[in-house]
Design a protein around this ligand. Structure first.
Ligand code: ADP
Ligand code: ASP
Ligand code: MG
Length: 406
């Protein structure tokens, strides 16, 4: 007998029929003698609807109240799935994050899980219930409802699996595993049987939304066996996220291409080239809780320099207005911004032992006449910032260049 945590995403529970199908799948596992904890997302589109509703009433929703609203989507699904399970003869019980208790910090809309009380779930499992838990949500030390950031049900699933020391955490979604790139953009993308944690972390952080990055971090930290599978297929092993790269196997140099449209670039031109400039610019951005991604400071000329960085597109306007203040203080010449950029990245642990990946990537982009605006590299990834209009072209072309469609 195994203890399995299964997480079903929005599309997988998108309507009553699909919820009934999920119930059948869960019942099948239980009938095989396993204990099952199910984590569900809101039905597809629901979270967006709830956010839009909130914004109709308050243009910039109060974060605590927004969490109270957004968390209801998942709660609906837990009740529906529990009823669907009862209808086919399974004992089932629904839980909100607070009822479990998934304790988080108090950072509304992007809270982090601090601890999980497994006692209620254990008791119900031992009594033969399927435990159905609302993903994406928790509760802080004062009893406030919190949410874990978009895509956060993945993290709920993995965190519950870690707390329960589950044998496996299965993430059921609308694709049958992790692909070499988003199969919606490149139909030739190939499903990977395995991918290392390191690579999956990079893919997730660079924009592949098949797993929320925090869920991968959690799985790596607590050694959770994590698998991505399709809720629409009965066969298939999906993709297993592995700890060790298989030393016996020849690693592909590049495992996948990730991309992110959600980017914006800001540049301060003619900044005095003196110590403390980066701190003064980025410090004020950090104080506003805005994450900075890539940073470039140019070689100075005549005592001044240019300083560029990228942020999430949603933070563009706010970052721009902060920079206006800093500009006056520093006596910089001008601020320019571009929120029509994207980031495309090649990821692979094989890069470590194979030089020349970057130049191959840059040549391929040059051959297509695509201008690179910024570059950043780490041991296992190369990212470039491009004009957004080249996104699909660049992804498809790099996928081919690195032989991922073979
Ligand atoms: P869920 O609602 O089940 O959480 P998501 O929409 O969050 O599902 O994530 C699944 C989607 O992630 C897929 O439909 C696919 O378009 C997208 N995706 C992006 N990159 C990849 C990738 N490398 N492999 C598989 N899917 C990917
Ligand atoms: N429903 C939430 C979202 O749409 C969480 C999730 O589905 O993972 O982001
Ligand atoms: Mg998701």
């Amino acid at each position: 007998m195994a203890l399995i945590v299964q997480k079903y995403g929005g599309t997988s529970v998108g309507n009553p029929e699909r919820i009934k199908n999920v119930a059948k799948r869960v019942a099948k596992f239980q009938a095989q003698g396993h204990q099952v904890v199910v984590v569900v997302s809101a039905m597809s589109g629901e979270t967006n609807k709830l956010i839009a509703l909130a914004k109709e009433v308050q243009a910039t929703p109060d974060p605590r109240e927004l969490d109270a609203i957004m968390s209801t989507g998942e709660q609906v699904t837990t009740g529906l799935l529990s009823m669907a399970l009862m209808d086919i003869g399974c004992k089932a019980k629904s839980y909100t994050g607070g009822q479990v208790k998934v304790l988080t910090d108090s950072t509304h809309t992007k809270a982090r899980i601090l601890s999980i009380d497994e006692s209620n779930m254990r008791r119900d499992l031992d009594a033969g219930h399927v435990v159905v838990v609302a993903g994406f949500q928790g509760v802080d030390e004062h009893g406030n409802i919190t949410t874990l950031g978009r895509g956060g049900s993945d993290t709920s699933g993995v965190a519950l699996a870690a707390a329960l020391k589950a044998d496996e955490c299965q993430i059921y979604t609308d694709v049958d595993g992790v692909y070499t790139t988003d199969p919606r953009v490149v139909p030739e993308a190939k499903k990977l049987d395995t991918i290392t944690f390191e690579e999956m972390l990079e893919m997730a952080s660079l924009g592949s939304k098949v797993l929320q990055i925090r869920s991968v971090e959690f799985a790596g930290k607590y050694k959770v066996k994590l698998r991505v599978l399709s809720s629409f297929q009965d066969e298939g092993e999906g993709t297993l996220i592995t700890v060790e790269e298989d030393k016996n196997m020849e690693q592909p140099i590049i495992s996948g291409i990730a991309f992110n449209r959600d980017e914006a670039k800001l540049t301060m031109l003619g900044v005095p080239d003196t110590p403390g400039i980066a701190y003064q610019i980025l410090g004020s951005i950090a104080d506003a809780n805005i994450d900075v991604d890539m940073i470039i400071q140019n070689v100075g000329h005549d005592g001044t320099t240019d300083f560029s960085f990228t942020v999430n597109r949603g933070d563009f306007a706010k970052a721009q207005s902060i920079l206006e203040g800093v500009k006056a203080k520093l006596g910089a010449r001008e601020i320019t911004g571009d929120n029509k950029i994207c980031k495309v990245s090649a990821v692979g642990v094989g890069m470590r032992s194979h030089p020349g990946v970057a130049s191959k990537m840059f040549k391929a982009l040059a051959d297509e006449g695509i201008n690179i605006q910024m570059i950043s590299t780490s041991e296992i990834k190369i990212s470039v910032v491009l004009d957004e209009k080249y996104l699909e072209l660049a992804v498809r072309m790099l996928h081919r260049t690195f032989g991922l469609d073979q």
